[in-house]
Design a protein around this ligand. Structure first.
Ligand SMILES: [Zn+2]
Length: 236
């Protein structure tokens, strides 16, 4: 199968600042290189992922790190500004993400899987499904007008591949150096590498890309599953 991102507008909807780097940055980079517009919506503030040696004003630090990574990719960034660990599929956040979708006008949304093990990721999955669907509903009022059609939606792999059954793989072998450089921007999270409640992120990302790549017969891959619903499923 030949995947062509050329005329796409791809929006990743993630809970935390480093999730796109771990789960879909290679695909975003590949889409960008093919001529697509790419965006990342980060829903949480990044205020609670503290290393053992606490970092003052962590949310501002993580915002800078996320901005630096998005700049390497050439992605437009959007912010949800919900405190970490409290993300919920509620009306205000749905409307905020619906408005983000209407501003970016994605043709494809990448989102955390509904079965992800992290509560913020599961909430982001529900929010992404709702907002990317209802952004095309004229009855759902936000500042910007409704889109003519709902974008396609792909569920992303989970961090460490826990409980995710891939539907297909995107070969990101050529974009691993960029994915690594983007993840390296997240210094505050790299500082948590040795903490008992966290993992060394670069190792984890490399191992996952190689494992998914091995399953697909390439050096490095990212895994997804398509969301299937009336008028949202596409033929590629
Ligand atoms: Zn996360």
């Amino acid at each position: 199968m030949r995947l062509d991102f050329g005329n796409e507008r791809v929006l990743a909807v993630v809970a935390h600042g480093d999730d796109a780097e771990l789960l879909c940055a290679g695909t975003l980079a590949r889409a960008k290189a093919a001529g697509a517009a790419v965006g990342v919506a980060v829903l949480c503030l990044g205020d609670k992922g503290q290393p053992a040696e606490p970092i003052p004003r962590l949310a501002a630090v993580r915002r800078r790190e996320t901005t630096a990574a998005a700049r390497l990719l050439g992605a437009e960034l959007f912010w949800g500004r919900v405190p970490d660990g409290t993300l919920a599929d509620d009306r205000p956040t749905r409307l905020r993400l619906t408005e983000i979708c209407r501003r970016f006008r994605p043709s494809l949304v990448l989102a955390h899987a509904p079965q992800d093990y992290h509560p913020d990721h599961r909430a982001a999955a529900a929010l992404a499904e709702a907002a990317s669907w209802f952004c095309a509903a004229r009855g759902q009022k936000t500042k910007s007008p409704a889109l003519p059609a709902s974008p396609a939606l792909w569920w992303m792999d989970s961090v460490n591949m826990n409980g995710f059954e891939p539907g297909f793989f995107v070969d990101v072998s050529k974009y691993m150096p960029l994915k690594e450089a983007m993840l390296a921007c997240h210094r505050s999270q790299a500082a948590r590498g040795g903490d008992g409640d966290f993992s060394p992120l670069q190792d984890l990302m490399r191992l996952q890309a190689a494992a998914r790549g091995a399953q697909a017969g390439v050096a490095a891959a990212e895994a997804f599953r398509a969301h299937h619903a009336f008028k949202r499923t596409r033929a590629w």
